[in-house]
Every structure is written in structure tokens, then in C-alpha cells.
Design a protein around this ligand. Structure first.
Ligand code: M6R
Length: 368
């Protein structure tokens, strides 16, 4: 039930700290070693995997895009991410040493199910990441990691996405552990960071008021852009999808580096642009995104920047800065997505839309 909330979606957004804790529960030891018996594969077989292909649709696909960055970085295994409906109707290179991971909150999405069947016909090992116990996709897969987010009723996926990220991180770390591509202490440090995420997400939610005000201010905007780089790119795509499906506003997500290859022509006076800024680190990612923000601001855009709380380099270029707790780059999507979910939910309810049942959409798409 709605537990005092007016919309399931709002409730599900606020349930995310608990949902993350539940997904992690029992999946690592006190020392930070991953335990993933559900994989039902021997360590020997896991070492034989030479490629991972993630198949999914919609928001689950964006979780897969984030996972690619983490899995490749931690395991050094090639990881492709493909829309399930595209994968199914071409001739993908899949075989017994391919691990196909199907991400689906409902476990009933027809496009994803067809991709699972196709992968199994090619003798690939299929792992489902799913939130719905006993649904079709896990039943037809070789193994399943359940996300334990609890029922997601709102059509827009929120805690589903969040816990899919957690499951993908756990999978990537487990593979790195088995294959020896990361030292135990590096893995344990990331597990500790994951354990701290419920509190970090809660602190984003506690400081969400400026985002709610922003949604009121932007309720009549015809178009909004979202930019990100690296794992911030799928977050930008997700922010745009949420706004489209709930507020029926034209929204697009771009990789920030792609701006100069075309989309910058869209920037004009007062256009709202959300930008996900990576944490400051040893690479140049952060500075590159800051210069992207300068470029769009110089052309009159209003910039809403999601960045580390003490990121002084970006603050002067932000019309509004949404401050995020410190976290490593690969895990930042778990924090950056929250204000975007809230923004879409608040803006849509302000326009009088039903955010639990947006027009033309179904919770699970059981037709191809
Ligand atoms: O149940 P699934 O995760 O397989 O669903 C996939 C998409 O249909 C789903 O994520 C959809 O994009 C949501 N409405 C997004 O909020």
C-alpha cells in the first residue's frame, strides 16, 4: 500500500535506501568478500567466460549501460549492452563462453524474454537480474540475482533501477574476485562504499527541497536537456526518459562530449540543461564536463548541475547546484539519479498527471 504517500512512485523513490540495503543483504561477508551462490556456476566456468552481453529495455537498459563501465573496469572482460529487441533480430556473436545478462524489473518484458530465449538457443549461459520472484525471465534463465526491492507499482521504474545497479555492481565485483582482476582490499573498499549508499541516498532525499521548487518553476518548459559523461551519460538518458514518460515533456539525454558534434545547436536562451558532473579524480573527466557547462552557459542555457557538494570549480557556472555526497565515480549514478527522479515526479504531479499510470504506458510490456 501507499503508506501515507499520495503516489506509489513517490513512495518508491523514498524507499530506495532500504531497497539498496536489501539488495546487498547476504551478498558479502564482513570482510567485504562477495558471496553469489545464485550464479550457479563453478569458479572454473566463470573463469572461462570471455564476453558479457547485457540485454534489457528502457530504464533497465540504462542500468546495463552503467554496468558496462563498472564490469569492464573491474573484470577486464568485454561487456556489450544491447537493447533486447535489437539483439533478438540480428545475428549476435554469442556462444557457450558468453554470459548473457538480462536485466528486467518485472521479469515479463516480451522483448527481453525473446532475447533470453535467443541467447539460450545459441548455448550462452543466461543470468537474469530481476525484481519479481518466479516471473518468466528468471524461470527461463540459467540463474537469477533477485534485486529484493519489494513490489514496484509505479509504471516509472525508480527503486527497480537503483537495485539493478546494485546487482550489477555485485556481479562485477564477484567476477573480479573470482578472476583475480582486482585485489581483495580494492574489492572490500568498494563493498564498504556500497554499504554506505543507503545513508548517502537518504541524505540526497533529505536535501531535495530545491529540486521540488525547480520542478514548480519549470512546469511549463517545452523542452529540457540532460548531459553526462562516462557513467553520467546513462544517468542523463534516464533523467530524460523519466521526464518524457511522466511529464510528457520533450527531453533528451546526450553524452556531454557529443554536444559539439551537433546537439549544441539546440542550446538557446533559457533552455534548461541538467548536467551530471563526475567527482573530481585523477582523470580529466571532471574538467571536461566543467568546460562543457561553460560552453552551454555561454550560449544562454540555464544550468542545473549535479555535483559533489564541495565542487567549487563548477559552482560558478551553475544556476542551481544540486549537491551530492562524495562517492567514487562508478557508484555516482546511485546518487545522481535521485534528484532526476524527484524532478520528473514533482513536475508531472504539478501538471496534474497520474505518475503511477502515465498515458499510453503499461508496467510490463508483454508484447513484442
Ligand atoms: O520490467 P522491465 O525492467 O523489463 O521493463 C523495462 C522497461 O519497459 C521499463 O524500464 C520502462 O522503460 C519504464 N517505464 C521506465 O521507467
Amino acid at each position: 500500500q501507499k503508506d501515507g504517500y499520495d503516489w506509489f512512485m513517490r513512495k518508491e523513490i523514498y524507499e530506495q535506501p532500504d531497497a539498496v540495503a536489501n539488495t546487498l543483504l547476504g551478498r558479502h561477508s564482513k570482510e567485504g568478500k562477495l558471496v553469489l551462490d545464485e550464479l550457479r556456476m563453478s569458479e572454473d566456468d566463470l573463469r572461462k567466460i570471455d564476453k558479457i552481453i547485457i540485454v534489457a529495455c528502457g530504464t533497465a537498459f540504462y542500468a546495463g549501460l552503467v554496468a558496462k563501465y563498472a564490469i569492464e573496469h573491474w573484470t577486464r572482460l568485454p561487456c556489450e549492452v544491447e537493447l533486447a529487441h535489437e539483439f533478438r533480430y540480428r545475428d549476435p556473436i554469442v556462444g557457450p563462453t558468453t554470459l548473457v545478462v538480462c536485466i528486467s524489473q518485472s521479469g515479463e518484458t516480451a522483448d527481453s524474454l525473446m532475447a533470453v530465449r535467443h541467447a539460450r538457443e545459441q548455448k550462452a549461459r543466461v543470468l537474469a537480474i530481476c525484481n519479481t520472484n518466479g516471473s518468466t525471465i528468471p524461470r527461463e534463465s540459467d540463474a537469477v540475482i533477485y534485486t529484493h526491492a519489494g513490489p514496484e507499482i509505479g509504471v516509472a521504474s525508480t527503486k527497480g533501477f537503483m537495485t539493478q545497479l546494485v546487482a550489477c555492481y555485485v556481479l562485477g565485483l564477484y567476477l573480479a574476485q573470482v578472476r583475480g582482476t582486482k585485489f581483495d582490499d580494492e574489492i572490500a573498499a568498494t563493498v564498504a562504499e556500497l554499504e554506505a549508499m543507503p545513508a548517502a541516498i537518504q541524505s540526497v532525499l533529505d536535501g531535495i527541497e530545491p529540486v521540488i521548487k525547480l520542478a514548480e518553476e519549470f512546469a511549463d518548459e517545452p523542452s529540457v536537456l540532460f548531459l553526462g559523461r562516462h557513467v553520467g551519460y546513462p544517468v542523463a538518458l534516464e533523467g530524460a526518459l523519466k521526464l518524457k514518460e511522466l511529464a510528457y515533456i520533450h527531453a533528451e539525454g546526450f553524452a556531454a562530449g557529443e554536444l559539439k558534434h551537433g546537439p549544441i545547436a539546440l542550446i538557446d536562451d533559457q533552455l534548461p540543461v541538467f548536467v551530471v558532473v563526475p567527482p573530481r579524480g585523477r582523470d580529466q573527466l571532471h574538467d571536461k564536463v566543467v568546460s562543457n557547462i561553460q560552453e552551454i552557459r555561454a550560449r544562454g542555457a540555464r544550468t542545473i548541475v549535479l555535483a559533489e557538494a564541495d565542487d567549487q570549480a563548477v559552482e560558478p557556472y551553475a544556476d542551481l547546484m544540486i549537491k551530492l555526497p562524495k562517492v567514487s565515480t562508478l557508484l555516482q549514478p546511485m546518487l545522481a539519479v535521485v534528484p532526476l527522479q524527484v524532478f520528473a515526479c514533482e513536475l508531472a504531479t504539478r501538471k496534474g498527471h497520474d505518475v503511477d499510470q502515465p498515458r499510453n504506458l503499461a508496467k510490463s510490456v508483454t508484447v513484442e
